[in-house]
Design a protein around this ligand. Sequence first.
Ligand code: BDR
Ligand code: CA
Length: 313
Amino acid sequence: MHKVIFDTDPGVDDAMALLFLARHPEIQLLGVTTVFGNAAIEVTTRNALFLREAFGFDAPVAQGAGRCFDPNRGTGHFPHMIHGANGLGDIQLPEPAHRRPLDHDDAAGFIIDTVRANPGEVSIIAVGRMTNLALALRRDPGIAGLVKDVTLMGGAFFVPGNVTPAAEANIHGDPEAADLVLTAPWKVYVVGLDVTGQTQMSRPELAALAPKSQALTLLDALSQRYIDFYDALIPDAMLVHDTCACVHLVRPDLFTRTEGAMRVVCEGIATGQTILKPQGRPFPPGDWDGLPVQAAVTGVQSAAVMALVAETL
Ligand code: BDR
Ligand code: CA
């Protein structure tokens, strides 16, 4: 059983990932922590609470950061054209008449307490800006040695970015936080566009799942705008970025990895670019010395991953 904290900015593809985690038999969801990104923090938190009710899972929800790790960066722009102004494809959301309220208002504190209560056992999956993880590390650096592993959806190593030619959205949205997370002494698996750009679900595939449950009917409805957006890039299909990262936790055998030290570019035209130092290649002494070896996920058996996603959902 994998004990998981899911750090997320729901978000359409986040919603699918949440349903995958809620339904997967080897996942024990210890908590959902929210972060700004696909929408403002109040919106992503509201969406997490709505999805908890709609998908019928029980884990606590903790609200996290509403702006970047470096406060001077603010929040950046929210991608309403992809996820809708309400973060869930602009579908009508029901009134929260009897919705269970927020459990915690300090995601970084929740992460620290949960990791310390389960030493060596917690896997963190982070599929938004890395701000909550960076805040937790700054407050309690000792948690790095107590976390089992960290899986990120973010970055682009050998393919172009999706918000600039150099950068992927989750890293670009808070580069200082991502750099801290990637250089901390814990094991990080970086599931970026190199592989998530190859995991897609078509509109007909999603429509075929929709009648199987109320949760899937909802997922189909809230994904339509997102699929419309992706139409220009992939006809009639959506990339399932965040679910791909969740699959890596339970079936790492469906992926290949390239290991090395990693840094994030934090200023200039390439802000948000993720750089992997090739292992065994000598460079003059400098900023790259003594960094932990992380894993960039660079290959994927797409058909097998998407079959598992459909079966689990
Ligand atoms: C990532 O950015 C967000 O829009 C998605 O939810 C995903 O986590 C893809 O670049
Ligand atoms: Ca996300």
